[in-house]
Design a binder for this molecule. Structure first.
Ligand code: ADP
Length: 419
């Protein structure tokens, strides 16, 4: 790769020589708060245009057929200048130190480089991409870069690349993904709780059969002429039905038993923030304003993950409701208040509201009005809240939104910890 820098007259002098005095606009460039790297892509531009002139119509197919072309093209490029923010981004001591190692610090990157080649080929006016840098201190920094593309070869002599450190966003999205996976697991567990209730319901069938067989055997034995053979057969049936029922119960208990509720005393705002973090991408995408009012001093005695799950569920339902029809204000609000002996959570939305006649049905398993709904969110929320010793309710006036509320105890005993 050619890293000889065709420095313009006013460019930096490196390798131990003092930097020349730069014009004022250069000082603005140097001190800009965004890392800006200037590179010369004019020779690449010419090569790309030659490819186009030779009849190549798809640069991607061309790269597929000639994978070596990417690094050959990239070798035609050189670094020109970098501002102070680039030096800090790479945690270099100085611009000289940065340029001594620039070739190693910014090696050819097929995906990132191809984004520029493709944009040039398609005469785009800007392009952007992502790559990961390794700093002088050995830190890995994910960045998003962006540059405007000029119209002529001359402009390509000083292509400005603006870099944005996206470490925080990347960490947030990794955290979000981990939380979503954990939520999905927790939801499966809670869902299983509900489903097992239905299975237990099914078990009443073998239990009834057991009883019927036992009754039949009694009848065979208490006849004027007892029929021991029939009685034995009926008792065998009863034993078989009973074995089936207890086997089903054992399996369910074994599974559910692995998931104890882990209650701890913690600030309610933590579950609120975690739930808000989870639903914020969806709220942002649907342009819904989310406000929260939770006193950081209010503590609850509960399983934080399960409470987060209840809140995320109510908030998501609120988002879906707001998005489903006319909404005054597109606002979702979550509040946490300390009551006399309990903590009250409320999630209020500005959606179309619910017909009061339907309120009771909401908490029944499989009640849904959504095409892709399961109708298990609210039953699961109710079973979690009730398992914590609280209760859950909904209040709505059609046209003026819905408010879901639930309570949780403040601590395992009766004393309150509300600061
Ligand atoms: P799902 O979201 O899969 O439908 P839920 O049990 O979470 O399951 O909700 C059941 C139903 O309750 C929803 O389909 C919807 O009709 C109604 N519902 C829940 N929350 C709201 C709300 N905030 N506003 C209006 N309707 C709601």
């Amino acid at each position: 790769m050619n890293t000889t820098r065709p420095l313009p007259a006013h460019d930096v002098t490196r390798c131990g020589h003092p930097e020349p005095v730069r014009p004022a606009e250069d000082n603005l460039f140097l001190s800009a708060p965004i890392p800006i790297l200037i590179e010369d892509w004019s020779r690449i531009y010419r090569a790309i245009k030659n490819l186009q002139a030779s009849g190549i119509t798809s640069i991607d197919s061309y790269f597929d057929e000639h994978p070596e072309a990417v690094s050959q093209l990239r070798a035609l490029h050189s670094f020109v200048d970098a501002n102070d923010a680039v030096v800090s981004l790479f945690e270099a001591q100085s611009r000289d130190q940065f340029f001594e190692r620039v070739k190693v610090l910014l090696p050819a990157d097929r995906i990132s480089n191809s984004a520029v080649f493709r944009a040039m080929f398609e005469n785009k006016t800007a392009c952007q991409g992502e790559r990961t840098l390794v700093t002088f201190a050995g830190r890995t920094v994910p960045i998003v870069w962006r540059c405007s593309l000029p119209k002529d070869e001359e402009g390509y002599r000083r292509l400005h690349f603006y870099a944005f450190d996206v470490t925080e966003q990347k960490e947030n999205s990794d955290r979000l993904e981990a939380m979503r996976a954990e939520m999905a697991r927790a939801s499966r567990v809670s869902l299983f709780g509900e489903v097992s209730a239905s299975i237990l319901h099914e078990i009443s069938q073998p239990l009834s059969a057991t009883r019927a067989s036992a009754d039949a055997s009694l009848r065979w034995l208490t006849r004027d002429t007892p029929d021991v053979g029939e009685a034995v057969a009926a008792i065998r049936d009863a034993a078989r039905w009973a074995r089936d029922a207890s086997e089903i119960c054992r399996k369910i208990r074994g599974f559910v038993g692995k998931v104890p509720v882990q209650s701890v005393l913690f600030p309610a705002v933590e579950s609120v923030n975690a739930a808000l973090f989870l639903i914020s991408p969806e709220a942002n995408a649907k342009e819904i304003r989310v406000v929260s009012d939770a006193d950081p001093q209010v503590h609850v005695f509960a399983d934080p993950l399960q409470i987060q799950q209840v809140l995320a569920n109510l908030l998501l339902n609120g988002i879906h409701a707001i998005d489903s029809g006319p909404s005054s204000g597109r606002t979702l609000a979550v509040t946490v208040k300390a009551g006399a002996n309990e903590i009250v959570f409320e999630v209020r939305d500005s959606g179309p509201g619910i017909d009061p006649a339907r309120i009771d049905a909401l908490f029944q398993p499989f009640f849904t009005t959504k095409a892709d709904g399961m109708g298990m969110g609210l039953p699961v929320a109710r079973s979690i809240v009730e398992a914590h010793g609280g209760h859950i309710w909904a209040h709505s006036e059609p046209g003026s939104g819905t408010c879901f509320g639930f309570t949780l105890p403040t601590c395992s005993g009766s004393s309150q910890l509300t600061g």
